[in-house]
Design a protein around this ligand. Structure first.
Ligand code: GDP
Ligand code: MG
Length: 174
């Protein structure tokens, strides 16, 4: 069976690597090199079937590069991550999402909107309501707040994207 390629996108420092490593390895790495872009593999059982996931944890500041275009092209599902402590990081997702839709040339691209660092209540600048609002603007893209630190909603966001991919494939077949 082929791999399900997932791509984790978002501004620097929002917790893309922490979320990915927490999901794949079950550990929280507090000091992850911000320049490392790497892919990870994990097999996961969903609804009694095993899926082989390949997860690309992206990095880098270039908003648009040939590299980015390539991995968006080959990605089947996308995690669009911001930090609830960083307003700019939510704004950056607007452009990123448009790039994904344009490159995939589809309006039905499996994706989730992820507000990470939900454990940092004292530093929060983006409310849950604002996340919900963004997700409605995007046509009800599933929205979760996560904490890579506390491992809350980490599996859920990855499973949600995979389920969307499966659903899309079934629609194509029938
Ligand atoms: P990336 O640039 O998006 O890959 O961000 P990283 O995953 O490297 O995370 C940047 C830093 O944010 C980490 O070193 C952690 O200190 C912090 N961080 C990431 N996720 C969380 C989280 O869920 N809660 C808290 N409190 N800090 C986090
Ligand atoms: Mg990183």
């Amino acid at each position: 069976m082929r791999d399900y390629k997932l791509v984790v996108l978002g501004a620097g420092g929002v917790g893309k690597s922490c979320l990915t490593v927490q999901f794949v390895q079950g550990v929280y790495l507090d000091a992850y090199d911000p320049t490392i872009e790497d892919s990870y593999r994990k097999s996961m059982e969903i609804d009694k079937k095993v899926f082989d996931l390949e997860i690309l944890d992206t990095a880098g500041v270039a908003q648009f590069t040939a590299m980015r275009e390539l991995y968006i092209k080959s990605g089947l599902g996308f995690l669009l991550v911001y930090s609830v402590t960083d307003r700019q990081s939510l704004e950056e997702l607007i452009d990123l999402r448009e790039q994904v839709l344009r490159i995939k040339d589809s309006t039905k691209v499996p994706m989730v909107l992820v507000g990470n660092k939900a454990d940092l209540e004292g530093e929060r600048v983006i409310s849950v309501e604002e996340g919900v609002e963004m997700s409605s603007k995007w046509g009800k893209v599933p929205f979760y707040e996560t904490s890579a630190l506390l491992r809350s909603n980490v599996d859920e966001v990855f499973v949600d994207v995979v389920r969307q991919i499966i659903r899309n494939e079934m629609e194509v077949q029938t």
